[in-house]
Design a protein around this ligand. Sequence first.
Ligand SMILES: Nc1ncnc2c1ncn2[C@@H]1O[C@H](COP(=O)(O)OP(=O)(O)OP(=O)(O)O)[C@@H](O)[C@H]1O
Length: 365
Amino acid sequence: MEKSFIYTENMTVGYDGKALIRDIRLSLEKGQILTLIGPNGAGKSTILKSIIRQLKLVDGAVFLDQKSMEKMTDKEISRKLAVVMTGRMQPELMTCEDIVGTGRYPYTGVLGILSAEDHEKVRAAMELVHAWDLKDRDFSAVSDGQRQRILLARAICQEPEVIVLDEPTSFLDIRHKLELLSILKEMVREKHMAVLMSLHELDLAQKVSDLVICVHGDRIERCGVPEEIFTDEYIRHLYGVTAGSYNASFGCLEMEPAKGKPEVFVIAGGGSGIPVFRKLQRQGVPFAVGVLQENDVDYQVAKALAAKVVTEKPFEEISEERYQEARELMRSCKKVILAVSGFGTMNRRNEELKNEAESLGILEK
Ligand SMILES: Nc1ncnc2c1ncn2[C@@H]1O[C@H](COP(=O)(O)OP(=O)(O)OP(=O)(O)O)[C@@H](O)[C@H]1O
């Protein structure tokens, strides 16, 4: 049976012959992006470095295109596999264009002289990552984000079948993060390449990965599609989150709610509450929200930041019981903020809350 394009067999990795992560089973097809996630020091870089032979395996083997990598020459590997690792190269007196040009070495003669076609490929790769304007700059004097893009260009013009990247987005601004991931996705789809990388940005990992591997303790704790991995509970467990929370639906982090009895009651809905909740949280004001249907977008943030949320079932009109509960809570608050701008069938009873707050003189104007 044909095995995956790149896979490991009983791979154990570590330093000086001592095992750090054992029995790693990883397999990746062309046309897929596999992302390693896990807390600081979990061993993501160690796994990637072991795969690319920068570190000696403690045990097991890595196979690339059906061949054990141990038995392959560097040149053979570099025609199939390109690497973008952070802080690897400290070259002197090389321009950014020279660095990208080294990506063509697997295809040049021993002297490494680039042909006109090679130069064209260098230029195309640098243009793709919007770095052509850096071509004459000294590589050791560019910013971290610029360096990262140059190294990506080098990997692209290497024309590999698999590309391995260690935290490729860490130094990039939001525009370049999105561009890098779009380029990777395009290469995977159009050139049928495989991508193996580590990422700290869980929201990006969730959107871009076909498969996710979670490194935790001395093993791979979970492997699966993003829908299986990115749940509030599992991510909280994987990273040992105690202060604040992770919201898998939004792929975002939330700070801890302000402590204490609610002082402010917010009448929200349809996203109108989110900026109000964030502002109150920043100011350290404990607040309550009601009544929100559980499928309301505001509920996603309210459940993380509010001291109390009075909820109704999805798609249901607000019941008498929920209304009374919210009313009592509202009356115990010093102030009511009306975030929502209109009322309809589903939140009709929230309008009654607003009217009562107004008559009590606690509705913020
Ligand atoms: N050269 C080394 N010799 C011995 N131990 C090392 C070496 N480099 C890293 N380690 C240790 O190996 C463990 C895994 O480190 P690694 O860099 O692989 O983690 P990581 O998951 O990539 O972390 P981060 O998210 O912080 O980049 C850590 O405990 C680290 O201290």
